[in-house]
Design a protein around this ligand. Sequence first.
Ligand SMILES: *Cc1c(COP(=O)(O)O)cnc(C)c1O
Length: 235
Amino acid sequence: MLTGPQNSAAAIARALAAVRERIAEAAAAAGRDPDSVTLLAVSKGQPVDAIQAAYEAGQRAFAENYVQEAEAKIEALTGLDITWHFIGQVQANKTRLIAEHFHWVHTVDRERVAIRLADQRPHYAPPLAVCLQVMLDPEPGKAGVEPASLPELLAAVSRLPRLALRGLMCIPRARGTPADENASFSRLARIRDVLRTPALPLDTLSMGMSADFEPAIAAGATIVRIGTAIFGERR
Ligand SMILES: *Cc1c(COP(=O)(O)O)cnc(C)c1O
């Protein structure tokens, strides 16, 4: 539950500072500039005041998984300079709300959804930043494009207007061993290296969560998505 001192504004600020420190250390250990890793605070299942506490502690990028829940929070926080990232499974009938409310979508895995997002991105807004979710460890019911189909999807999405194709995202197998996770992170980085071109630099690798962001940074993550290590347990 979210009641209790562990989720106070002060506790969130402390947890955020600790996570930032660990990111900086992991980046330094990998010989990388700490500023090359963006911390995304995953606020699904967290109340608006928890987001506000993180914002007051300097956090600006937040991620949500569920469109309805996100819409209410984004509206409640209108006026703050927050960058909103959508990291949940994209249902085709929810694309309009995503295109209208978010700056980034990490979980595009089929052309149909990309076409809808492109059509529905409002013209007053900048292009919607997109990552393609890649399924590295096939599991039943799991989202993501298979690596074999990725080049085709990449080509199709890169041609769409109103979208800015930025890179790749993965979620390693739940309950995988640390060695499995390292292999998945390195594999996503290699796939990106093979597919990037000067015209399509694919500068973003969205990988790593509370339990595994350090190995993800070692493998080249540029965005880590962290929820519980900042906010505590979700409701
Ligand atoms: C919930 C979620 C996260 C954050 O998970 P934590 O373990 O709480 O850090 C990251 N990425 C995705 C896609 C998620 O759904």
